[in-house]
Design a protein around this ligand. Structure first.
Ligand SMILES: C[S@@+](CC[C@H](N)C(=O)[O-])C[C@H]1O[C@@H](n2cnc3c(N)ncnc32)[C@H](O)[C@@H]1O
Length: 410
């Protein structure tokens, strides 16, 4: 199959990579990459060894597999990927966690929009008979190839269908003939994020209909989803790793067990914090000896009040998610900073204070302020050997700088 210009299309390239010659070419490309070959030299050599048709696609696949390896582990070495599907792929460990919570062992499960098959593979590994749906032929080719490469072909059926139609036809708690479902709408188009859920693919009405019609369903949504969108009785979960939210999920009513959940990937474990109802806002109080920055999953899930109660901490301002207390906190849910000085935000005064304390290098953090952290850090740079963290925020409504963790020795 070729386009008019004679350039092999994506499917032709992917199929060529699955042949024995394609696999040898990809293995050779991986060797060259591992040996530190530069693109131009590596490709030239590969072209000479395997031919021009295979060299480019094999090089690209080897590069994508190397990029996938830290997150996908050994699976990455056999997965068929495109740059697009790798960018859209979730973390396999979290896909496995979702599959386990859906209790799919011995059941059937639909992956509604499978891309390169991360969820389909996790569901199959959890013991489900999977129906993997995508309207994109490249996605279907990838999912079928990846299920086969991982020895799961007999548990994954790949189907060409429109998820909008399948969900509209859902009945008796099933969709695509399955009692459990994962929906991960595409939230990017043309390399840009689509913030409006009505512009996801499939769009919000399909998300809402799935959550209404299929109790054992989970939908991946944008971390910034407005809480007002979360349907009644549906649990919303935010998952963070390394200080950023890595996914947000809406759980169907058959698997929801909380109002909101914040989850934190902590080494091999996942820590969880749940509330059965809105815990409201934490109380506000004066800035104490410690400032605590809640994990973003806690902030996004609206559970700051739970962490505040646990730490005996208060908010520095009713509208800002910074907590403060006089006791230090040993909690995975916050990053803590010792407060050394609190002053109204004023560049000259701040600079003078830092100089007086021998601080020459600062890290600037902000919340509820329009300042640009890197620019302010440059403006505050000085001759001193010390370091500090400067937090620019609002305290009781006023723009305030908190100078934290001053270390004069570094
Ligand atoms: C974000 S990706 C899924 C990523 C996948 N869960 C993973 O972790 O690798 C969304 C997929 O849904 C597919 N898709 C979007 N709208 C669709 C529709 N209406 N019907 C079928 N597939 C659709 C896209 O082609 C894309 O492959």
């Amino acid at each position: 199959m070729r386009h008019a210009g004679g350039v092999p299309d994506d499917l032709t390239r992917l199929r060529a990579l699955r042949t024995p010659a394609g696999q040898r070419a990809t293995a050779r490309a991986a060797d060259l990459l591992a040996g530190g070959a530069e693109v131009l030299a590596g490709l030239t050599r590969l072209r000479a060894e395997v031919g021009a048709e295979l060299a480019g696609p094999a090089w690209e696949l080897a590069r994508l597999r190397a990029r996938a390896r830290p997150v996908f582990g050994a699976d990455a070495d056999v997965l068929l990927l495109t740059a697009d599907t790798l960018e859209q792929a979730g973390r396999p460990a979290l896909a496995a966690r979702r599959a386990a919570r859906l209790r799919v062992a011995g059941s059937d499960a639909a992956d509604l929009g499978c891309a390169s098959g991360t969820d389909a593979i996790a569901l199959a590994r959890a013991g489900a008979a999977v129906v993997a749906v995508d309207r994109d032929p490249v996605a279907r080719e990838l999912t079928a190839a990846n299920a086969a490469a991982l020895g799961l072909a007999d548990r994954v059926t790949v189907v060409d269908a429109d998820v909008v139609d399948l969900v509209a036809a859902a009945e008796g708690g099933t969709v695509a003939g399955c009692r459990a479902a994962v929906l991960d709408p595409a939230r990017r188009a043309g390399g840009r994020r689509r913030l409006d859920p009505d512009r996801w693919s499939p769009p919000w009405p399909t998300v809402a209909a799935l959550l209404d019609g299929v109790p054992r369903a989970v939908v991946k949504v944008a971390p910034g989803l407005d809480h007002a969108r979360v349907p009644e009785g549906v649990e919303a979960e935010w998952v963070s790793a390394g200080g950023t939210v890595v996914e947000a999920l809406l759980w169907g009513r058959g698997v929801s067990t909380a109002w909101r959940r914040a989850s934190l990937v902590h080494g091999d474990a996942v820590l969880e914090l749940t509330a059965d109802e809105d815990p409201g806002s934490a109380p506000t109080g004066p800035v104490g000896t410690w400032l605590h920055e809640p994990d973003p999953a806690v902030i996004r899930s609206g559970l700051v009040a739970l962490v505040a109660a646990d730490l005996g901490a208060t908010l520095v301002d009713p509208t800002i998610a910074y907590l403060t207390s006089d006791a230090p906190a040993a909690s995975p849910w916050v990053a803590s900073y010792r407060v050394d000085a609190v002053l109204p935000f004023h560049l000259k005064r701040l600079r003078a204070l830092l100089r007086a304390r021998g601080v020459g290098r600062v890290v600037v953090k902000k919340r509820g302020s329009a300042i640009e952290p890197e620019q302010l850090a440059r403006q505050l740079r000085g001759p001193g050997d010390g370091s500090a963290t400067v937090v620019v925020t609002r305290v009781a409504g006023r723009p305030t700088a908190l100078v934290c963790g001053v270390d004069p020795s570094r």
